[in-house]
Design a protein around this ligand. Sequence first.
Ligand code: ATP
Ligand code: MG
Length: 430
Amino acid sequence: MKTSETARNPLRNRPPEPLIIPRAKHPISRKNIDDKAIKILYRLKNSGFTAYLAGGAVRDMLLGQRPADFDIVTDANPKQIKKLFRNSRIIGRRFRLVHIFFYDRNRATPQIFETATFRRAVTLEEDDLARIQEEPELANNLFGTPDEDALRRDFTINALFYNIADFSVIDHVSGLKDLEDGIVRIIGDPDQRFTEDPVRVLRALEFACRLNFTIENETAKGLMLGAPALAGVSASRLREELRGLYSKKVTAGLLALGQQYQINQHWLPDLIAGHIPAVIPLIQQIEHFFPLAEDDNELEKMIFTAMLLPGILRQCPLADGDRLNLIQEKIDENLKPLNERFSLPRFQRHAIKEIFTLLYRLGRGDKRINQLLKRDNFFAALFFYAVSTAATTPPPSHFSFWAQQGERLNRSSKARGLDYGSLFNINRTT
Ligand code: ATP
Ligand code: MG
């Protein structure tokens, strides 16, 4: 049993002792950890369990940044966790974990803390899944020790633990050194780890952009080899992974790295992959001019519109706005492969189509402000109108009309997260 498992999973050949950094030698202070996360950690610890902060929270605090969320790992199993926390729910079929909810009058949605039991680094085969369904107790074998849990994680910088028992940082994978050196390095055998979950290819690029880190050589080779497997990743998972990027403003950077490593054609429809050099500056503009937008849905429709725009403008120049029917056909035609790849809900497809329709209306000189302002997607369309005509000299005749509406539109645009004033000023002063 042991030998076949080792053969199947080289990650189990692991270094025996972790590096333990005592509180005095690292910068993570309890003051920087969310109160509720501290509460959860202490309740687990006081009930006799091991309890660590893990993943991005430890990485970000070591870098002196405020973490987006605080994930917890423990040796308590999901049922034991559930018993300790009234406001919690067990989720997931394969690797069950527990969501602990905190309700706050000032927030629209509850704050969720993901609390997982240490996992083993196993790749499940179809047979295993079927067996677990018949004998649920077998699932306990999926739970592992802290070192096994660290080794099944994606990158060394994401596999550090913070131990509430003595406030130390525990490093099973030399992640601290990589964090200091600014390196994104996959844990284990790169070819195997990227093929086993191709989403890690995109995650490697994401962390390189977010942290301004370098991708280590073997990791880079592995991700290029694993990238074709991205074609097989489910549309909903791909969409979720991408949605995590928008508010962090790293989508343009990820596409640029994707060009460098020549992998964009493996995860984007042809119309988009074929126009990346024109798509990147558009997304940079979104990241620049929508500094106030926080809603992921708002940003998502903008990003996908930006991805489609260069290809569609190529087929139907803005000046062709008179042929709106033809343009709408083109948009439908191009939304299809996009939807197959990312499984966009109907309201998003509808919004993207409306942005394009309004954009072409602006292109042919529609100036009925009162009517246009009633449309949800007017500012998105006006933004694309500004950025896609900004480089044209002389500026199109309708452009100055919109620039002159400054103050009035500036006020309304703020609600949509758009910095309208600077959009028009900056573009027109050059
Ligand atoms: P963020 O700041 O975006 O939340 P994060 O590193 O916490 O960054 P999450 O997506 O929240 O990223 O995942 C939490 C942790 O789970 C990661 O740090 C990593 O250890 C592990 N993880 C996430 N996705 C994968 C994956 N595809 N393969 C292996 N481990 C993963
Ligand atoms: Mg996280």
